[in-house]
Design a protein around this ligand. Structure first.
Ligand code: GAF
Length: 393
């Protein structure tokens, strides 16, 4: 089982690194979690429903005022051991290291609203796996916005903060993502997942309080190159489907309407819409099942979601399909209720609901069979639903 430092340990690590780098004590420390989505994929930008929870994997930033130099946020990142100074409004994103564009976008959008931070030194440490579909970039954006709140003493409304971070990703990074990842990192609550209505941004808590059931995240450790180009393509196809169906967004369509129009639609557009319309309903049914501890039903919905992502939305890949099939093979007798790919697709992680008492045996079988079938080395960890971004006292 993969372990990572706890949040407390990570905070100490960040503060220690700050001292090493800048020779002083950090004045502010903030944390923002990654997320795993239990169900509801690619529904967020269709104004639909998602069911994410924050994970016990975080981006932590420790920071302090830098005396005697020009304004700008100097970031040192532990991961690549790189230092970059961000001067919002004065730099072109093309000149920055790739990772730095995320905080740059957030800081520049805040600057445009009049929030200036002055001269700041900061270090970034993280336990959110990179490129695993667990929202490491959203966590970095939300951590940056949380740092800005702490430094300026001006708290942002949580929804507004999530939207600002999404805009940073859309307009500076150029990834046309929906709201789910930034929203989860900013606003999830410990002990529960959330059913989020991505149109109204209303939260419906989904308590995961049953100690007999655990959320297992399994990283396939593969990432196919398609992600960059295929995500915007899926977005466009969903818009095309909505137009063909005569609705503002796919959220507004029903299966009956889709079936009535099927013959007039290109097959691929029909299948994209079938995934989204079905997935919205599955999120609603899943959250209802989880609320009453009907894990068998919740698990069935996860498999159905995976099949739709694989066959209709075509965002899975052989390694992820293998992980889901191995989990299905272990089945309820072996302690598995359900499993599916989580996140944007083409690699990354699966999320599996597992009987707590059988977690170790499940992980062993999953990773052994995965290695035998694909030659790849996976990694797995159990996480409880974590709380959203916050400043550390
Ligand atoms: C990525 C995006 F950033 C999210 O907005 C969401 O669309 C997700 O893929 C798929 O559900 O994580």
């Amino acid at each position: 089982m993969d372990t990572a430092p706890s949040l407390d340990q990570l905070v100490l690590q960040a503060r220690e690194l700050f001292r090493e780098q800048y020779g002083a004590d950090a004045r502010w420390t903030v944390a923002a979690p990654g997320r795993v989505n239990l169900i509801g994929e690619h529904t967020d930008y269709n104004d639909g429903y998602v069911c994410p929870m924050a994970i016990e994997r975080y981006v932590v930033i420790a920071a302090g005022r830098a005396e005697g130099r020009d304004a700008g946020v100097r970031f040192f990142t532990a991961l690549s051991q790189e230092e970059t100074t961000l001067r919002p409004g004065e730099q072109e994103t093309i000149d920055l290291p790739k990772w730095a564009v995320y905080p740059y976008g957030v800081l520049d959008l805040l600057r445009k609203r009049g929030m200036m931070l002055g001269a700041i030194d900061a270090v970034v440490v993280s336990t959110v796996p990179l490129g695993g579909g667990l929202s490491s970039s959203a966590a970095l954006e939300v951590a940056t916005a949380t740092l800005a709140e702490a430094v300026s003493g001006q708290p942002l409304d949580g929804r507004d903060k999530a939207r600002l971070c999404q805009m940073a990703e859309n307009h500076y990074v150029g990834m046309p993502c929906g709201i789910m990842d930034q929203f989860s990192s900013a606003l999830c609550s410990a002990g529960e997942a959330m059913r989020l209505d991505c149109r109204s941004l209303e939260i419906h808590p989904v308590p995961l309080a049953d100690p007999a059931v655990s959320v297992l995240v399994t990283n396939s450790n593969v990432k196919h190159e398609l992600t960059g180009s295929e995500y915007p393509t899926r977005r466009k196809q969903c818009e095309q489907a909505a137009t063909a169906l005569g609705v503002p967004m796919l959220r507004d369509a029903t299966i009956e309407l889709l079936e009535a129009k099927r013959d007039s639609m290109e097959d691929v557009i029909y299948r994209r819409a079938r995934h989204i319309i079905g997935e919205n309903q599955r999120v609603i049914d899943f959250s209802a099942a989880a609320a009453v501890g009907d894990w068998a039903k919740a698990g069935e919905l996860m498999y159905a979601s995976h099949a739709a992502m694989r066959d209709d939305f075509e965002i899975s890949c052989p390694e992820i399909d293998a992980l889901v099939e191995i989990a299905r093979g272990i089945g309820p007798a072996g302690g598995v209720y359900g499993s599916r790919m989580t996140g944007g697709g083409f690699g990354g992680c699966t999320v599996t609901l597992v009987e707590t008492a059988k977690v170790d045996a499940v992980v062993k079988r999953l990773l052994d069979e995965y290695r035998q079938q694909t030659g790849a080395e996976g990694a797995a960890f159990v996480t409880r639903p974590a709380g959203g971004a916050h400043a550390i006292k």
